[in-house]
Design a binder for this molecule. Structure first.
Ligand SMILES: NC(=O)C1=CN([C@@H]2O[C@H](COP(=O)(O)OP(=O)(O)OC[C@H]3O[C@@H](n4cnc5c(N)ncnc54)[C@H](O)[C@@H]3O)[C@@H](O)[C@H]2O)C=CC1
Ligand SMILES: O=C([O-])CC(=O)C(=O)O
Length: 328
């Protein structure tokens, strides 16, 4: 018997990430090739944006996806999020050259108070929320705090693009396939302060740290390359990353919903005090997923270099949080 369709809300559906994301959700890459979906698409109530969204929907129709069980255009979060099982909050202003993601806080924070409230009012009580719009961690925190009737653990931020970027840099450095890398993680904020950590990573059971054995490369090449990759793409393309961001969003939601078979992935999730990160800070952690739930990998040793990196990215997040306190 075929499965009951699930509802997937996507905001910023007519934007560049939306265009790289929706077709993959509708084809079953996110929730499985046997899971029908109903897309509930949100764009701003602006004639041009709604017209562009209508065009994207025409294209979705023209793909004749067997799993696309329905599709709706919305200009109001209160209708877009009705009964939704998954919510991908992409719609927000992207940064341009010379900006940091935190510079977007003033422009984007209010979007996430409104959308958190709407999720609180009308979404499925089990809704899984992924915040992509920047600054993603703090926007996820804002949405979570604006939705007091939903479990805090349902709100996550996208660190998966950073995780995937780190994996590719390690694959290039070691000459091994990216698919062989296990136990990699990225701690903290989706910003240049993030700490991509391969101390526990293995390739075919062997330690990646021992294989690379170069702390200078770690500190002065690897971490800045991963941390500043978003800016490098803006510099090269004139636009922020879109296809790789959409790909990471698919990876994040797929793993959360369908599980990771014991493998580690990175998700930005509200802390319960793990690794000394204060309660509710949305922080990149290593997690495993099973049965639709993520679990933070605990008990990892944090050495002095790593602690310094974690303290720095935490301090930045706390600063962002202080800056939005008036909205909550
Ligand atoms: N967390 C991550 O790893 C990444 C995050 N991003 C962020 O994702 C966001 C979207 O990026 P793009 O798609 O490239 O931008 P874009 O400008 O192409 O599209 C954004 C879309 O969101 C819509 N929008 C704005 N406010 C909205 C609201 N309140 N409700 C619904 N829709 C709304 C806009 O009309 C626009 O169509 C940006 O904030 C960007 O910085 C981008 C790449 C990676
Ligand atoms: O850098 C940006 O502004 C877009 C983004 O978050 C990324 O590519 O990681």
């Amino acid at each position: 018997m075929s499965k009951t369709p699930v509802r997937v809300a996507v905001t910023g559906a007519a934007g560049q990430i939306g265009y790289a994301l929706l077709f993959r959700i509708a084809s079953g890459e996110m929730l499985g090739k046997d899971q029908p979906v109903i897309l509930q698409l949100l764009e701003i109530p602006d004639e041009k944006a709604q017209k562009a969204l209508a065009g994207v929907m025409m294209e979705l129709e023209d793909c004749a996806f067997p799993l696309l069980a329905g599709m709706e255009a919305h200009a109001d979060a209160m209708t877009a999020f009705k009964d939704t099982d998954y919510a991908l909050l992409v719609g927000a202003r992207p940064r341009g050259p010379g900006m940091e993601r935190a510079d977007l806080l003033a422009a984007n924070a209010q979007i996430f108070t409104a959308q958190g409230k709407a999720l609180n009012a009308v979404a499925s009580r089990n809704v899984k929320v992924l915040v992509v719009g920047n600054p993603a961690n703090t926007n996820a925190y804002i949405a979570m705090k604006s939705a007091p009737d939903l479990p805090a653990k349902n709100f996550t931020a996208m660190l998966r693009l950073d995780h995937n970027r780190a994996a590719s840099q390690i694959a290039i450095k070691t000459g091994k396939p990216v698919s062989a890398i296990r136990k990699l993680t990225v701690w903290g904020n989706h910003s240049p302060t993030m700490y991509a950590d391969y101390r526990f990573a293995t390739i075919d059971g062997a330690s990646v740290q021992a294989m690379i054995n170069d702390q200078d490369w770690n500190a002065n090449v690897f971490l800045p390359t991963v941390g500043k990759r978003g800016a490098a793409i803006i510099d090269a393309r004139g636009l922020s990353s879109a296809a790789s961001a959409a790909n990471a969003a698919i990876d994040h939601m797929r793993d959360w919903a369908l599980g990771t078979n014991g493998e580690w992935v990175t998700m930005g999730v509200p802390s319960n005090g793990e690794y000394g990160i204060p309660q509710d800070i949305v922080f990149g952690f290593p997690v495993t997923c099973e049965g639709g739930e993520y679990r933070i990998v605990e008990g990892l040793e944090i050495d002095a270099f790593s602690q310094t990196c974690i303290d720095k990215t935490l301090a930045e997040l706390q600063g962002e949080q202080d800056g939005v306190r008036h909205l909550l």
